[in-house]
Design a binder for this molecule. Structure first.
Ligand code: GAR
Length: 218
């Protein structure tokens, strides 16, 4: 079995990193995490990686003069570790078009909304404010514009009338932990292919790449 070498880029808690660590621990999972990079030295995700015996480094953006030199350093670490797929998991730095193009179709992200709705920050607040009935999360290939790129998998959850941003986030996060490893698995097993601005998924039961979480019982 081909084992795809991953890097996971984080800035904080790293629960999505943990989901990927746990998935990679299964003997039949077609990927392994070769490197974790945090741009913040205090990110709890670094401890998660260390506990799992995974190489974890901090590349602190504050110690670079500009975005380009920070990204050069990240690129060098990824190349040295022979990384084949970069997974952004709560990595809260905007990447330049140069970096994104260097890793074109080898760079994916998880975002807490049903893209293309609610790009950027405060996704839960904005969804509640708009009164939408469904919210969710998306794993997508990264393109130069923020939170843009071919969609691999989405999970939808209901928005309840008494939701606040915390309760909605708490309903979405477990779905992130399901779809991120699933997306990596699809890529690693060559079942997801980028065609134009879309991702085509082979060998998946209908509906491919779509998960709907049940309405929670009160
Ligand atoms: C996740 O909800 C992820 O979708 C979001 O940050 C959180 C990180 O949590 N990412 C973004 O908002 C990126 N635009 P984690 O550190 O526990 O994985």
């Amino acid at each position: 079995m081909r084992i795809l070498k991953l890097a996971v880029l984080i800035s904080g808690n790293g629960t999505n990193l943990q989901a990927l660590i746990d998935a990679c621990a299964a003997p039949d999972f077609p990927a392994e995490i070769a490197l974790v990079i945090s741009n913040r030295p205090d990110a709890y995700g670094l401890e998660r990686a260390e506990k799992a015996g995974i190489k974890a480094i901090t590349i602190d953006h504050k110690s670079f003069d500009d975005r380009e030199s920070f990204e050069d350093s990240v690129h060098e670490a990824l190349t040295e570790a022979k990384v084949q797929l970069v997974c952004l998991a709560g990595f809260m730095r905007i990447l330049t078009a140069t970096f994104v193009r260097r890793w074109q179709d080898r760079l994916i992200n998880i975002h807490p909304s049903l893209l293309p709705a609610y790009k950027g920050l405060n996704t839960y607040e904005r969804a509640i404010e708009d009164g939408v009935r469904f919210a969710g999360c998306t794993v997508h290939y990264v393109r130069p514009d923020v939170d843009t790129g071919p969609i691999i998998i989405q999970a939808a959850v209901p928005v309840l009338s008494d939701d606040d941003p915390d309760s909605l986030a708490a309903r979405i996060l477990p779905q992130e932990h399901i779809i991120y490893p699933e997306a990596v698995c699809l890529i690693a097993s060559s079942k997801a292919r980028v065609r134009g601005h879309k991702v085509i998924i082979d060998d998946m039961p209908v509906p491919s790449g779509a998960y709907i979480a049940p309405v929670p019982k009160k």
